[in-house]
Structure formats: C-alpha cells, structure tokens
Design a protein around this ligand. Structure first.
Ligand code: S3P
Length: 198
C-alpha cells in the first residue's frame, strides 16, 4: 500500500493529491467521489487539455499524433502543478500515460504533491474499458487490442509503482475505493458527513 518513500507526515499538510494508473483504473470516478467526500475540487487533466485545445483527446491524437498529445499534456500539467504549489486544494486525475513520462513524474515529485496509484488486474482494466466503450461510447485512442493493451500496461507498471501510495481497486465499488483512500491518506478526519456544511 505504502511506498517506502512515503512518510507519516507526507500528507498531513497536503493540499493536493494526484491519481495515476492505467486506462480504466477509475481515476476520474474515484477522484470525483473523493473530492466530494473531502470538500476538495476535483480536476481531470484530460478535461483541462480539451479546454485548452478546444478539441477532444481523440481529435488531438488523430490530428497531432501521440507526440502532439504528450506536448499539450505536459503543458497542462505544468499549469496544474503551478496552481497546486500556489495552494489550491485539489484532487487531480491524470490520463493513463502521463505519469509514465519521466518529465511529468519529476515535475510532480519536485512539487511534493502525493501520488496514488490506482491498481487493478490488467484483465479487469481491459473489461472495464471495453464496457465503457460499448455502454458510454468512451473512445480511447490507445485502447488497441487485448495484446497491445497488456504490453502497454506491463511497460508502464514500473512507473506507476513509483507513486507514494498504491490503492487496490479490483472488485471494489468506486465509493469503497474513495473511502479506503481517504483513510489511508489520513484525510478522512475532515471528511464531510452527508448534508454537513463546511
Ligand atoms: C492515455 C489515457 C487516456 C488519455 C489519452 C492517453 C494513455 O486517459 O489521457 O487517451 O496514454 O494511457 P485515461 O487513462 O483516463 O483513459
């Protein structure tokens, strides 16, 4: 659960948390619920990219290629990190490839913002992504075939394991994952009760 780099104090004064993990890990849905529980703003990096670019992530991949996407992703992340450094309390969900880019990981680490890796078995991640594609029409440019999905996951996993915390998500509801995370991060003490005003 805990990377040896994490100290008990690493979150005491945290004003932000960055969620990382592969496609289908639940970064955005967990982040949204955790934000509600803590009364913190939730931000999805891909949504910021789309606002900045005025086009969707699949359109960026189609028109500018993966390298074009990584450039705007890095620029958007720099902006978010600047805001976190300035004291914005926020849960930030990154796209699946962001933390696997060394310069992005360095940027987050240098800012001292704690990272949480949302982990799940690759077969479950594939099932979730396929289901989201079929039921919600979610298009993921790098989804590919089951084989390419698996090998991309294996290639990126060592980067994900550099996160300060690892949260297992397999077979758990989004609500339960968020509750476990708040507890492990030591952030549940200030968690809002339903209907309570902060
Ligand atoms: C990507 C994952 C996507 C999105 C982009 C690239 C990746 O985000 O950032 O399509 O490289 O794994 P999700 O992880 O939210 O699907």
């Amino acid at each position: 659960m805990l990377n040896p780099k994490a100290s008990a104090g690493s979150l005491r004064n945290a004003r932000g948390v960055v969620l990382i993990g592969f496609m289908g890990a639940g970064k955005s849905s967990v982040g949204r619920i955790l934000g509600e529980q803590l009364g913190w703003t939730f931000e999805d990096l891909d949504e910021r990219i789309e606002r900045r670019e005025q086009r969707s992530v699949p359109a960026i991949f189609r028109e500018s290629g993966e390298s074009g996407f990584r450039r705007v992703e890095h620029a958007a992340l720099r902006e978010v990190v600047r805001e976190l450094r300035a004291g914005a309390a926020r849960i930030v969900a990154l796209g699946g490839g962001a933390f696997a880019q060394a310069r992005n990981a360095r940027l987050i680490e240098a800012a001292g913002v704690p990272t949480v890796f949302l982990d799940a078995d690759v077969e479950e991640l594939w099932r979730r992504c396929r289901q989201q594609a079929e039921m919600q029409g979610i298009e993921r440019p790098l989804l590919g075939s089951p084989e390419s999905f698996r090998s991309l996951y294996q290639a990126r996993r060592p980067s994900y394991l550099k996160a300060l915390f690892r949260q297992e998500t397999g077979g758990k509801t989004v609500k339960r994952i968020a509750a476990e995370m708040a507890q492990v991060l030591g952030l549940d003490r200030g968690t809002k009760k339903p209907g309570e005003k902060k």
